[in-house]
Design a protein around this ligand. Structure first.
Ligand code: ZN
Length: 280
Protein backbone atom coordinates (compact mmCIF):
# COMPACT_ATOMS: atom_id res chain seq x y z
CA UNK A 1 0.00 0.00 0.00
CA UNK A 2 1.25 3.45 -0.84
CA UNK A 3 1.74 5.95 1.94
CA UNK A 4 -1.55 7.73 2.56
CA UNK A 5 -1.85 11.47 2.17
CA UNK A 6 -3.02 13.34 5.28
CA UNK A 7 -5.54 16.16 5.23
CA UNK A 8 -6.35 18.39 8.20
CA UNK A 9 -9.51 20.40 7.67
CA UNK A 10 -12.68 21.64 9.30
CA UNK A 11 -14.87 19.58 6.97
CA UNK A 12 -14.42 16.97 4.26
CA UNK A 13 -17.23 16.34 1.77
CA UNK A 14 -17.85 13.00 0.08
CA UNK A 15 -16.35 14.57 -3.04
CA UNK A 16 -12.95 14.99 -1.48
CA UNK A 17 -12.94 11.87 0.71
CA UNK A 18 -14.60 8.81 -0.81
CA UNK A 19 -15.18 5.34 0.72
CA UNK A 20 -14.73 6.68 4.22
CA UNK A 21 -14.68 4.81 7.51
CA UNK A 22 -13.81 5.99 11.01
CA UNK A 23 -10.81 4.76 12.88
CA UNK A 24 -9.89 5.45 16.49
CA UNK A 25 -6.12 5.81 16.67
CA UNK A 26 -4.37 5.54 20.05
CA UNK A 27 -1.35 7.81 20.59
CA UNK A 28 0.88 8.63 23.58
CA UNK A 29 -1.08 11.89 23.82
CA UNK A 30 -4.61 10.48 23.69
CA UNK A 31 -6.88 8.75 21.22
CA UNK A 32 -7.97 10.47 17.99
CA UNK A 33 -10.76 9.76 15.52
CA UNK A 34 -9.51 9.80 11.94
CA UNK A 35 -11.50 9.35 8.73
CA UNK A 36 -9.84 6.84 6.42
CA UNK A 37 -10.76 6.78 2.74
CA UNK A 38 -9.64 7.81 -0.71
CA UNK A 39 -8.70 11.23 -2.06
CA UNK A 40 -8.49 11.20 -5.86
CA UNK A 41 -8.44 7.39 -5.74
CA UNK A 42 -5.50 7.25 -3.34
CA UNK A 43 -5.33 6.22 0.31
CA UNK A 44 -5.96 9.14 2.62
CA UNK A 45 -6.39 9.96 6.29
CA UNK A 46 -8.45 13.01 7.19
CA UNK A 47 -8.51 14.74 10.54
CA UNK A 48 -11.39 17.12 11.29
CA UNK A 49 -9.51 19.46 13.61
CA UNK A 50 -12.56 21.10 15.24
CA UNK A 51 -14.31 17.75 15.70
CA UNK A 52 -17.10 16.43 13.51
CA UNK A 53 -19.65 18.72 15.17
CA UNK A 54 -17.28 21.71 15.39
CA UNK A 55 -17.10 21.45 19.19
CA UNK A 56 -13.38 22.23 19.64
CA UNK A 57 -11.96 25.76 19.19
CA UNK A 58 -8.34 26.09 18.11
CA UNK A 59 -6.97 26.67 21.60
CA UNK A 60 -8.51 23.41 22.88
CA UNK A 61 -7.34 21.07 20.11
CA UNK A 62 -5.10 18.15 21.10
CA UNK A 63 -2.47 19.00 18.49
CA UNK A 64 0.11 16.48 19.66
CA UNK A 65 -2.34 13.55 19.49
CA UNK A 66 -3.65 14.69 16.09
CA UNK A 67 -0.27 14.84 14.40
CA UNK A 68 0.92 11.61 16.00
CA UNK A 69 -2.27 9.77 14.99
CA UNK A 70 -1.63 10.66 11.34
CA UNK A 71 1.96 9.48 11.71
CA UNK A 72 0.84 6.18 13.25
CA UNK A 73 -1.30 5.62 10.15
CA UNK A 74 1.78 5.96 7.94
CA UNK A 75 1.07 9.50 6.70
CA UNK A 76 4.24 11.32 5.68
CA UNK A 77 2.65 14.35 3.96
CA UNK A 78 -0.01 16.59 5.42
CA UNK A 79 -2.08 19.18 3.58
CA UNK A 80 -3.68 21.68 5.91
CA UNK A 81 -6.84 23.45 4.73
CA UNK A 82 -7.16 26.86 6.40
CA UNK A 83 -9.97 29.28 5.53
CA UNK A 84 -8.48 32.55 6.76
CA UNK A 85 -8.66 36.34 6.92
CA UNK A 86 -6.41 38.76 5.08
CA UNK A 87 -4.14 41.25 6.83
CA UNK A 88 -2.61 42.49 3.57
CA UNK A 89 -4.85 44.86 1.53
CA UNK A 90 -3.44 43.33 -1.69
CA UNK A 91 -4.72 39.87 -0.70
CA UNK A 92 -8.49 39.83 -1.13
CA UNK A 93 -11.35 37.47 -0.30
CA UNK A 94 -11.42 34.80 -3.00
CA UNK A 95 -7.62 34.60 -3.26
CA UNK A 96 -5.84 31.37 -2.37
CA UNK A 97 -2.59 31.63 -0.40
CA UNK A 98 0.10 28.94 -0.24
CA UNK A 99 2.09 30.26 2.73
CA UNK A 100 5.86 30.04 2.86
CA UNK A 101 6.38 31.36 6.40
CA UNK A 102 4.50 31.98 9.63
CA UNK A 103 4.40 34.17 12.72
CA UNK A 104 3.39 32.47 15.96
CA UNK A 105 1.07 34.63 18.10
CA UNK A 106 -0.39 31.78 20.12
CA UNK A 107 -0.07 31.80 23.91
CA UNK A 108 -1.40 28.68 25.62
CA UNK A 109 -0.48 25.72 23.41
CA UNK A 110 2.15 23.02 23.90
CA UNK A 111 5.51 23.98 22.40
CA UNK A 112 6.74 20.55 21.43
CA UNK A 113 5.82 16.89 21.01
CA UNK A 114 8.59 16.21 23.53
CA UNK A 115 7.31 18.47 26.33
CA UNK A 116 6.51 15.46 28.56
CA UNK A 117 9.69 13.55 27.68
CA UNK A 118 13.25 13.71 28.89
CA UNK A 119 14.18 15.00 25.47
CA UNK A 120 13.94 18.10 23.38
CA UNK A 121 14.58 18.99 19.80
CA UNK A 122 15.56 22.19 18.02
CA UNK A 123 14.15 21.68 14.52
CA UNK A 124 15.25 23.96 11.69
CA UNK A 125 12.58 26.41 10.50
CA UNK A 126 14.38 27.98 7.55
CA UNK A 127 11.64 26.49 5.35
CA UNK A 128 8.77 26.21 7.82
CA UNK A 129 6.51 24.58 5.22
CA UNK A 130 7.58 21.58 3.12
CA UNK A 131 8.90 22.99 -0.19
CA UNK A 132 7.92 19.89 -2.17
CA UNK A 133 4.34 19.80 -0.86
CA UNK A 134 4.04 23.57 -1.42
CA UNK A 135 5.23 23.13 -5.03
CA UNK A 136 2.59 20.46 -5.66
CA UNK A 137 -0.13 22.66 -4.14
CA UNK A 138 0.98 25.60 -6.29
CA UNK A 139 0.98 23.48 -9.46
CA UNK A 140 -2.47 22.10 -8.73
CA UNK A 141 -3.90 25.47 -7.67
CA UNK A 142 -2.56 27.55 -10.56
CA UNK A 143 -3.95 24.99 -13.02
CA UNK A 144 -7.45 25.76 -11.73
CA UNK A 145 -7.32 29.39 -10.58
CA UNK A 146 -5.68 32.68 -11.52
CA UNK A 147 -6.03 33.92 -7.94
CA UNK A 148 -3.25 31.89 -6.37
CA UNK A 149 -0.70 33.75 -4.23
CA UNK A 150 2.39 31.58 -4.10
CA UNK A 151 3.96 33.11 -0.98
CA UNK A 152 2.65 34.58 2.23
CA UNK A 153 3.24 34.95 5.94
CA UNK A 154 0.54 33.16 7.92
CA UNK A 155 -0.03 34.75 11.33
CA UNK A 156 -1.44 32.24 13.80
CA UNK A 157 -3.35 33.88 16.66
CA UNK A 158 -4.76 32.29 19.80
CA UNK A 159 -8.46 32.92 19.15
CA UNK A 160 -11.20 32.01 19.44
CA UNK A 161 -12.15 35.67 19.03
CA UNK A 162 -11.18 37.63 15.94
CA UNK A 163 -8.40 40.22 16.17
CA UNK A 164 -8.97 43.88 17.00
CA UNK A 165 -8.19 46.64 14.45
CA UNK A 166 -5.08 47.59 16.48
CA UNK A 167 -3.88 43.99 16.41
CA UNK A 168 -4.40 43.83 12.64
CA UNK A 169 -2.36 47.03 12.19
CA UNK A 170 0.40 45.57 14.37
CA UNK A 171 0.40 42.32 12.36
CA UNK A 172 0.67 44.34 9.13
CA UNK A 173 3.73 46.13 10.49
CA UNK A 174 5.27 42.80 11.49
CA UNK A 175 4.97 41.49 7.94
CA UNK A 176 1.87 39.29 8.24
CA UNK A 177 -0.26 38.57 5.16
CA UNK A 178 -3.04 36.32 6.41
CA UNK A 179 -4.38 35.41 9.83
CA UNK A 180 -5.99 32.30 11.31
CA UNK A 181 -6.01 30.27 14.52
CA UNK A 182 -5.11 26.56 14.08
CA UNK A 183 -1.86 26.48 12.04
CA UNK A 184 0.57 26.57 14.97
CA UNK A 185 1.52 24.15 16.46
CA UNK A 186 0.34 21.74 13.73
CA UNK A 187 3.14 22.86 11.43
CA UNK A 188 5.73 22.64 14.22
CA UNK A 189 4.70 19.17 15.41
CA UNK A 190 4.63 17.87 11.83
CA UNK A 191 8.26 18.97 11.50
CA UNK A 192 9.15 17.34 14.85
CA UNK A 193 7.43 14.17 13.60
CA UNK A 194 9.53 14.39 10.40
CA UNK A 195 6.39 14.78 8.29
CA UNK A 196 5.88 17.13 5.35
CA UNK A 197 3.32 19.87 5.94
CA UNK A 198 1.92 22.67 3.77
CA UNK A 199 -1.18 24.85 3.95
CA UNK A 200 -3.73 25.91 1.37
CA UNK A 201 -5.57 28.96 2.61
CA UNK A 202 -8.62 30.41 0.87
CA UNK A 203 -9.19 34.00 1.97
CA UNK A 204 -12.76 34.57 3.14
CA UNK A 205 -12.62 37.96 4.87
CA UNK A 206 -10.48 41.01 5.63
CA UNK A 207 -9.04 41.60 9.08
CA UNK A 208 -10.81 43.90 11.53
CA UNK A 209 -10.68 47.57 10.54
CA UNK A 210 -9.89 46.79 6.89
CA UNK A 211 -13.56 46.34 5.91
CA UNK A 212 -16.99 46.46 7.57
CA UNK A 213 -17.41 44.01 10.45
CA UNK A 214 -17.39 40.32 9.60
CA UNK A 215 -20.79 38.80 8.78
CA UNK A 216 -20.95 35.09 9.59
CA UNK A 217 -24.02 34.00 7.62
CA UNK A 218 -26.32 35.30 4.89
CA UNK A 219 -25.63 37.41 1.80
CA UNK A 220 -22.10 38.82 1.65
CA UNK A 221 -21.00 36.70 4.62
CA UNK A 222 -17.85 34.67 5.18
CA UNK A 223 -19.82 31.45 4.76
CA UNK A 224 -21.34 32.67 1.48
CA UNK A 225 -17.88 33.54 0.27
CA UNK A 226 -16.60 30.08 1.05
CA UNK A 227 -19.47 27.69 0.38
CA UNK A 228 -22.07 29.35 -1.86
CA UNK A 229 -19.66 31.00 -4.26
CA UNK A 230 -17.79 27.80 -5.07
CA UNK A 231 -14.49 28.54 -3.32
CA UNK A 232 -14.80 25.50 -1.05
CA UNK A 233 -15.40 23.19 -4.03
CA UNK A 234 -12.42 24.71 -5.84
CA UNK A 235 -10.18 24.10 -2.82
CA UNK A 236 -11.32 20.48 -2.61
CA UNK A 237 -10.58 20.00 -6.32
CA UNK A 238 -7.09 21.43 -5.78
CA UNK A 239 -6.52 19.08 -2.83
CA UNK A 240 -7.60 16.09 -4.95
CA UNK A 241 -5.23 17.15 -7.74
CA UNK A 242 -2.39 17.69 -5.26
CA UNK A 243 -2.86 14.21 -3.80
CA UNK A 244 -2.61 12.77 -7.32
CA UNK A 245 0.58 14.74 -7.99
CA UNK A 246 2.24 13.72 -4.74
CA UNK A 247 1.40 10.04 -4.69
CA UNK A 248 4.08 9.06 -7.20
CA UNK A 249 6.68 11.63 -6.14
CA UNK A 250 9.51 10.37 -3.93
CA UNK A 251 10.28 12.70 -1.03
CA UNK A 252 13.16 14.95 -2.04
CA UNK A 253 12.69 17.52 0.75
CA UNK A 254 14.53 17.41 4.06
CA UNK A 255 11.43 17.02 6.27
CA UNK A 256 12.13 13.33 6.88
CA UNK A 257 15.46 14.15 8.52
CA UNK A 258 14.32 17.00 10.78
CA UNK A 259 15.44 15.36 14.04
CA UNK A 260 19.02 14.71 12.96
CA UNK A 261 21.47 16.99 14.70
CA UNK A 262 18.93 18.83 16.85
CA UNK A 263 17.84 16.04 19.17
CA UNK A 264 18.90 16.11 22.82
CA UNK A 265 18.21 13.84 25.77
CA UNK A 266 16.64 10.39 25.97
CA UNK A 267 14.64 9.16 23.03
CA UNK A 268 11.08 8.39 24.15
CA UNK A 269 9.88 4.85 23.51
CA UNK A 270 7.03 6.07 21.27
CA UNK A 271 9.43 7.69 18.81
CA UNK A 272 9.86 4.85 16.33
CA UNK A 273 11.13 4.76 12.73
CA UNK A 274 12.74 8.16 12.49
CA UNK A 275 15.97 9.56 11.06
CA UNK A 276 17.75 8.99 14.39
CA UNK A 277 17.89 5.31 13.32
CA UNK A 278 20.09 6.14 10.35
CA UNK A 279 23.88 5.95 10.57
CA UNK A 280 25.97 9.11 10.96
ZN1 ZN B 1 8.74 17.68 2.98
Amino acid sequence: MRTPIGLISSAASERVLADRRREQVPTPFGSVEILIGKIGGHDAAVLLRYGEKMTLPSHKINYRANIWALRELGVTRIISQNAIGSVNPAIRPGDIVISDDFLDKTRTRPNSLFDDSEAWVRVDMTNPFCPQTRAALIRAATARSNRVIERGVFVCTEGPRFETPAEIRALQMEGGDIVGTPLVPEVVFAREAEMCFASIAPVINFGAGMAPAVIHTGPGSMNDMYYTDGLHTLIEDIIIDTAKLLVDEARTCGCGRALRGGFHGTRPEWLKHCSLDEGA
